[in-house]
Design a protein around this ligand. Structure first.
Ligand code: TXE
Length: 478
């Protein structure tokens, strides 16, 4: 979706046809203060953090049920808010349901440590919440990213202030409404709305916020990381990527080509883990590229609710301009556009922010367009000679979020998977992102791990406790 900002509200525009979807009021500085204070009061006084974990889990399950009961309207709203195909939007609601259920289970089963004794005491750890967590999300996968932060943060006993992107503001209030109806105590999940540089910046700088969890671009992540460092509050950053998708000559090429196409053209490439660099072994380069270009040209680019749609529009008209500027930059660097490289023509596309699946080759791997994130359906192709050459190129960006490796040789898969600098390695598969497995980046792709059990620990601090067992008073010196 696209939003045009009026004086005090965000207007959500459906990127499939330019129509208005809804409006939300921008949070004022005074309202922000009140929201943080309310979150702090709820954290201290609602009894949530003192609730037995299995009781907190009941509320998280109720939220999951509430989301499931509204799956279709939520998926439709998400589709109109940011233009993703309806099947993907349904999948995102399912993901959100799964995240609340998973963290309900983790919440009630998570164990802490009894640590080895070194004196007359019993020592062990407990986990304490941080207080008010600021959860800041981008526009590409709202309900899914919201659940990925809110569910574990609540499970750990925190209050959450969720800030969706100004470019996709409509789902977060729905989640808060459903959570309240499910019995989450008042003030534990609140939403603020507005532009990042204003409302987002004020939220992370607010002294009532005790932890920051951010997903978005690396540039913004650096800004937030600096503020968190200054404030000495923990920060989790899930940032961008330029993930290499590696195809060795011995791969099952049918599967590999399908996965490379899905990895970059799924979600119109607007995914942090999009496999946006194809690294293909020289001996199969021509065949793989020819098959890929053929597949790209046959992708069903259509309205997000059209029958058989594979790729919808980009999330906003201004994002399409960014993506096109990226492609123009690649052309200027000497890249050959093998397919796509423009908006599609035809009356079906005129009113929407559509962009053609684009494959570019002929660039050196240090070209800007092989280093920077396009966050669109744009794949650059780089041939490699051998494993050493591959590893150097694959690791030769500032990012380190994910990678894919296609080979029938499991030893080669292991070697390469261990050598590549990435938080997630997919071998003979791609873009598997599940709530039960840790997710996060190496290098400039981020700090911290969301999802999995680590995803709950992210929102809790360790407290060490000692119970004295000594029979005599403690001596001054011993
Ligand atoms: O993201 P931002 P944008 C990448 C992608 C994209 C680029 C910019 O390359 O083209 O980032 O997208 C809030 N303090 N990704 O501008 O700026 C903002 O309001 C606090 C990768 O949408 O990172 C929004 O809620 N908050 C990515 C959120 O941060 C601030 C997904 C994300 O905005 C802020 C999306 C500030 N100073 C884009 N400035 C991924 N990793 O999945 C902004 N925000």
């Amino acid at each position: 979706m696209d939003t045009r900002t009026k004086a005090d509200e965000l207007v959500s525009i459906n990127p499939a046809d330019g129509s208005e979807v809804g409006r939300v009021a921008i949070t004022t500085p005074l309202e922000l203060d009140a929201i943080v204070a309310r979150g702090q009061a709820a954290f201290r006084n609602s009894g949530w953090k003192e609730l037995m974990p299995h009781k907190r889990a009941e509320v998280l399950h109720a939220i999951a049920n509430g989301l499931l009961a509204e799956k279709e309207p939520l998926a439709t709203l998400q589709m109109r808010d940011n233009g993703k195909p309806i099947a993907e939007c349904r999948g995102m609601v399912d993901y959100a349901v799964g995240a609340f259920r998973y963290y309900a289970s983790v919440c009630e089963t998570l164990e802490t440590d009894v640590t080895p004794r070194r004196g007359d005491y019993v020592s062990f750890t407990v986990l304490e919440p941080y207080g008010v967590v600021a959860a800041i999300n981008p526009w590409n996968s709202p309900i899914m990213n919201d659940a990925a932060k809110v569910a574990p943060a609540l499970a750990a006993g925190n209050a959450v202030i969720l800030k969706p992107s100004e470019d996709a503001p409509l789902l977060a209030p729905e989640l808060a409404r459903i959570a309240a109806a499910a019995g989450l105590p008042d003030g534990l999940l609140q939403v603020v709305q507005g532009r990042g540089a204003e409302v987002g910046a004020a939220l992370v700088a607010h002294k009532g916020v005790g932890m920051i969890s951010f997903t978005g671009g690396t540039t913004t992540g650096r800004v937030i990381g600096r503020v968190a460092g200054e404030r000495i509050v923990p920060v989790a950053l899930e940032l961008g990527g330029k993930s290499p998708h590696v195809v060795f000559a011995d791969a099952d090429l049918d599967h590999a080509v399908a996965a490379v196409a899905a990895g970059i053209f799924g979600s119109s490439g607007q995914s942090c883990v999009a496999g946006s660099r194809l690294l293909v072994e020289e001996s199969v380069h021509d065949e793989v590229v020819a098959r890929l270009v053929d597949r790209a040209k046959r992708i069903v680019l259509a309205a997000p609710d059209a029958k058989g749609v594979e790729m919808g529009p980009l999330a906003s008209f201004h994002h399409r301009e960014r993506v096109h500027a990226f492609v123009e930059g690649a052309r200027a660097e000497g890249g050959r556009v093998l397919c796509g490289g423009s908006a599609p023509e035809g009356e079906d596309y005129g009113a929407g922010a559509y962009y053609l699946p684009t494959v570019i080759d002929g660039l050196p791997h240090d070209a800007v367009s092989c280093q920077d994130e396009a966050f669109g359906p744009v794949l650059v192709v780089l041939p490699f000679k051998n494993e050493a050459d591959l590893v150097e190129m694959a690791n030769g960006t500032d990012f380190g979020l994910a990678c894919g490796i296609w080979t029938e040789n499991f030893k080669k898969a292991w070697r390469t998977g261990r050598a590549l600098e990435a938080g997630s390695v997919w071998i003979n598969t791609y873009k598997q992102s599940v709530t039960s497995t840790p997710f996060g980046g190496f290098k400039d792709s981020g700090i911290g791990r969301e999802k999995g059990i680590d995803g709950l620990r992210l929102y809790a601090q360790v407290k060490s406790m000692f119970f004295g067992l000594q029979e005599n008073p403690l001596p001054i010196a011993k």
